[in-house]
Design a protein around this ligand. Structure first.
Ligand SMILES: C[S@@+](CC[C@H](N)C(=O)[O-])C[C@H]1O[C@@H](n2cnc3c(N)ncnc32)[C@H](O)[C@@H]1O
Length: 286
């Protein structure tokens, strides 16, 4: 079963009917407005149009058992209307990552973001650019007609990296690990997810998800107190504190609480948690 999902797709186009996929999902707010479309979610042959915000659509796609072979995001209207956050941001891709197949195709234009949005494509994947003469190549112009894509919209073969877990010995009562993967791939295994996303246009989307605590609205001491009071065993963090972790490590070293028992530090970008790895020095193993 080959599945393509185009996030912030705009309306359906005739060309999509010729694409060689079993299922195509077009996700766009435009499908939910007015009388133009019959329903918020409707199907034309193998193409499903989903009138939802892209972040909200992830839960819907999970229910549909979607595993993505081809991820498309080109021009989400960040400058000229419609878009509020970057679909290729770490924030969005990390959240969508549980849907990605181990190997998938990613079509995007990094240039579109002009360094105004945090789009790194520094992800736990090996990334190979696919050129036009390759059988895997799909022209970005099928999906987005703007001229500024010329020379900038790329097609990437993504391959999930073997997961790197680094264990850090810091406190005999506490297991501390750094995991190079999306926190959302571990949602079920965690008792609390401590995220630290600045508002990039997603508003309070993540705050409404069960088990999620936004560190920007609280602090580390309160988190530990919450764990102790509620017997929270295993918590995960996304990178926080602008890369400064010394005081966090000092707290962990001196922590005598019974809970949490385990702290998992998740990251997407290679160089995150540098300070922790350096601090722990020889007491790490992978
Ligand atoms: C400028 S249009 C471009 C459409 C298409 N990507 C293209 O390049 O032809 C931007 C579209 O993105 C949609 N959009 C932007 N952010 C979205 C989001 N977070 N969720 C759903 N739709 C979004 C808007 O509704 C709009 O239809």
């Amino acid at each position: 079963m080959k599945t393509l999902v185009y996030f912030a797709s705009g309306p359906i186009r005739e060309e999509y009917k010729e694409l060689y996929f079993d299922r195509i999902y077009l996700i766009d707010n435009c499908f939910k407005y007015g009388n133009r479309y019959p329903k918020q979610i409707f199907k034309i042959d193998n193409i499903t149009c989903v009138g939802m915000d892209c972040l909200e659509s992830i839960a819907f796609l999970k229910k549909e058992n979607v595993q993505i072979d081809c991820f498309v995001s080109l021009n989400e209207g960040l400058y000229e209307g419609g878009g509020s956050y970057a679909i290729n941001s770490d924030m969005f891709l990390g959240y969508a990552m549980p849907l990605f197949k181990e190997q998938y195709i990613h079509i995007m234009n990094k240039n579109y973001y002009h360094n105004m949005y945090h789009v790194s494509m520094d992800l736990p994947y090996d990334i190979e650019e696919i050129k036009e003469d390759d059988y895997r190549y799909l022209s970005p112009f099928i999906f987005s007609k703007n001229n500024y894509h010329r020379g900038h919209a790329k097609v990437f073969q993504m391959r999930k990296l073997a997961m790197i877990k680094t264990q850090i010995i810091i406190n005999p009562h506490l297991k501390l690990q750094i995991i190079h993967d999306s926190i959302w791939n571990y949602y079920e295994e965690l008792d609390a997810l401590i995220i630290s996303f600045s508002d990039q246009g997603q508003r309070d989307f993540f705050d409404k998800i069960p088990k999620v605590i936004n560190l920007l609205r609280t602090n580390i001491d309160e988190i530990f107190e919450f764990c102790q009071n509620n017997k929270v065993r295993r918590i995960g963090f996304t990178p926080f504190g602008r890369g400064k972790y010394i005081s966090f490590l000092e707290k962990l070293k001196n922590l005598k609480n019974e809970y949490p028992k385990e702290i998992l530090l998740f990251h997407l970008n290679k160089n995150d948690y540098k300070e922790i790895k350096k601090y722990a020095g020889n007491s790490t193993y992978t």
